[in-house]
Write a new protein. Structure first.
Length: 312
């Protein structure tokens, strides 16, 4: 018998959880009718929810012994939820999926088949459309994937979702990467393994509101850049080199102009603009270095990725 663990990170999902449970039970029933050698474990990760998410999970646990949960002491973020799910899973195969049904459970049998019969280590999903998203958000998301793939040795699929199934071997490899600042999409690519991709059109949330606003997505993208690329540091060094050479050329120009024409006091407004511009460039470069320093500082503290308040 193969045990398949479905990990579901949850944060304030009281409206979506009953609908998700109903849909996933239907999928598991169809699954077991076609493949009697599979049993399921549902592992919910309560990421410090402030609504009745944990109460609903406990009620599901009372009527279904396949349901288990880990409840955090506070909100640690989705990355911590994914790590906790992988760490506490017992399955030979582990699935990560959201509770809002934007990840279609109907794809799960095909994804499992890719691992069981076709020899893949992972089956992942990507959205081929971003219908329903604000155009500005979709534009910046696409640009992020393009820049990320150019700045690093990783290849992250445009539109990639967290929804995927992995073998226990790949799960253990992901768990071996214990960094505090996590960017799971990059980690999946870094550890390697053969992955089959499944495309589907974007779906709206079945209930509730998204927890990802533009600012949170921007900060999450910084985790990817800083965690898997030193290109920003190289860029800061190149900017410094270019402006050093430019300033040297301008010094020569000013000296020659003064010797020929005199008038050494003209050009104060343009000089102030140049000073302000260069100060901005310096602060930008210091900020880039500061991001790497801050991440290093957090890693050296060796704090736990999450703290569990209770589990069952």
């Amino acid at each position: 018998m193969s045990l398949l663990t479905i990990v579901v990170p949850c944060y304030n999902e009281e409206a979506a959880l009953p609908l998700f449970y109903e849909e996933i039970c239907r999928t598991m029933g169809d699954f077991e009718n076609t493949d009697a050698d599979v049993v399921f474990e549902l592992l919910f990760i309560d990421d410090g929810s402030k609504d009745k998410t944990l109460e609903i999970i406990k009620s599901l646990r009372e009527k279904d012994d396949r349901v288990h949960y880990v409840s955090f002491s506070r909100n640690f973020g989705k990355e911590a939820g994914i790590y906790a799910g992988l760490e506490n899973s017992k399955g030979d195969y582990v699935v990560i999926m959201d509770a809002d049904l934007q990840d279609p459970p109907s794809l799960l049998p095909e994804m499992y088949k890719a691992l069981k019969e076709e020899g893949y280590d992972s089956a992942a999903t990507r959205r081929v459309t971003r219908k329903g998203e604000p155009p500005v958000r979709s534009f910046f998301a696409r640009q992020f994937y393009k820049i990320m793939n150019k700045m690093t040795d990783l290849q992250i699929m445009d539109g990639a979702r967290d929804y995927r199934i992995m073998t226990r071997t790949m799960v253990n490899a992901v768990l071996d990467m214990k960094e505090y600042n996590r960017f799971t999409k990059g980690i999946y690519s870094w550890v390697g393994f053969n992955t089959k991709w499944f495309d589907y059109e974007n779906r709206e949330r079945v209930a509730g509101e998204t927890k990802w606003n533009f600012w949170k997505l921007f900060l999450y993208s910084l985790e990817g850049f800083v965690g898997f690329s030193t290109a920003p540091l190289t860029l800061a060094a190149l900017i410094g080199l270019v402006f050093t050479l430019l300033s040297f050329v301008m010094i020569i120009f000013i000296i020659v102009r003064t010797l020929i024409y005199g008038d050494p006091t003209s050009g104060w407004p343009s000089m102030i603009c140049i000073i302000v511009f260069l100060a901005g460039v310096q602060l930008f470069c210091i900020g880039v270095v500061g991001q790497y320093l801050a991440k290093t500082y957090l890693e050296t503290k060796a704090r736990p990725i999450y703290i569990a308040r209770e589990k069952e």
